[in-house]
Design a protein around this ligand. Structure first.
Ligand code: ACO
Length: 335
């Protein structure tokens, strides 16, 4: 039998933990303010998980929602891809814990280590797997618990105010209609920026012990970020990769109904839309409610935009993300 000609997102779902943490809540723990955070980032609040809301458990909840939305049974899924920078344990990857919780013993599982652009890398990987005839229904999941790994002192405030916890999932399935689904994916990376946005420790290159006792004192266990450099890279690379995806797919900017960008900073996304000349009202923002949920952020925004009717059957949608690595990408999808 011939391989499928296309792959399509047929279901989406998300889960965010119930605990809401406002900017004022953070201002009680270190030197910051609601005004500073909103002005610089657009964020008003984010969610923090309880102990039971691990990366894998939240991923499994989002996955169940996506499979139900797709109108499938869990047993229809034949591959799980999971993007996270906050795995439950160092190894194995968190995808196997999701698989175990879903009771899907035996199906393929793979973790994708691409931080904020993991969702784009997962869409492209699932699309390639499906069109190669390897799998029929791939579950992609982005899930993050940031709240247990950030620095709640004045020193860490630049990063800590940005992050929130949450998970998103989608089912990507074989389709025989080449005019729908994942029409184009463009993926890039540049390790020149690896140390500009990272968590250094624990890490196997530390010698002689990968978890040095000094890592809490020297803060190398917390995310480190050159915010200005990240801002500059993101506002340069995102318009570039969106134009590339449009060129390669043969569509014009005007054809795009909805742009779903990674939610790192509302100012970045507003600047990207402005540079492209793309209408701000067609850009999905939910960073106000959730902050930056890294691998989950594009998926949560996509699910909300589908469920509230901004993305309909037939909509042409552009997904785009930039993040640690640096890694970045864009996809063009017809729903
Ligand atoms: N509250 C109050 N003041 C703060 C805070 C805070 N949370 N954080 C920093 N400041 C202070 C700084 O100490 C500095 O004070 P100073 O002038 O006395 O030295 C001042 O605010 C300005 O600091 P900058 O770092 O220059 O602030 P900037 O305007 O660049 O905004 C921000 C910082 C919001 C982090 C911005 O650089 C940014 O959004 N960068 C991109 C972030 C991003 O996209 N990250 C990627 C996500 S993570 C991922 O991909 C895994």
């Amino acid at each position: 039998m011939a391989n499928p000609v296309a792959s399509k997102i047929i279901g989406t779902g998300h889960y965010v933990p119930p605990t809401v943490v406002t900017n004022d809540d953070l201002a009680k723990r270190f030197d910051t303010s609601d005004e500073w955070i909103q002005q610089r980032t657009g964020i008003k609040e984010r969610r923090y998980s309880k102990p039971e809301d691990t990366t894998a458990h939240m991923g499994a909840l989002a996955a169940r929602a996506a499979v139900e939305d797709a109108g499938l049974e869990l047993t229809d899924i034949d591959c799980i891809l999971l993007g996270t920078l906050s795995p439950d344990v160092t190894f194995p990857g968190s995808s196997v814990f999701v698989q175990r919780e879903l009771g899907l013993h035996g199906i393929a599982c793979m973790d994708i280590r691409n931080q904020c652009s993991a969702y784009l890398y997962m869409v492209a990987t699932a699309d390639a797997y499906v069109r190669a005839g390897l799998f029929k229904n791939v579950l992609i999941i982005g899930s993050e618990v940031h709240s247990t790994g950030i620095d709640f002192s004045d020193e860490g405030r630049d990063v800590t105010v940005l992050f929130g916890d949450g998970a998103a999932a989608a089912v990507i399935s074989a389709s025989d209609d080449p005019k729908v689904g994942v029409l184009q994916s463009c993926l890039h990376a540049d390790g020149a920026g690896a140390e500009l946005l990272w968590i250094q420790n624990p890490g196997s290159r530390e010698f002689p012990h990968r978890a040095p006792e000094s890592m809490y004192e020297d803060k190398s266990v917390y995310p480190g970020m050159d915010g200005r450099a990240v801002f500059k890279w993101a506002t340069r690379k995102l318009p570039e990769v969106i134009r590339e995806a449009l060129d390669k797919s043969g569509y014009e900017l005007d054809d795009i109904d909805v742009l779903v960008p990674h939610q790192a900073n509302m100012r970045i996304n507003q600047m990207v839309a402005k540079q492209l000349g793309f209408p701000q009202e067609k850009v999905v923002h939910n960073i106000q409610k959730y902050g930056n949920t890294t691998a989950a952020s594009v998926g949560i925004a996509l699910d909300e935009a589908r469920k509230d009717g901004r993305i309909k059957e037939g909509s042409l949608v552009c997904l785009a993300a930039f993040g640690s690595g640096f890694t970045w990408g864009a996809s063009i999808l017809r729903f």
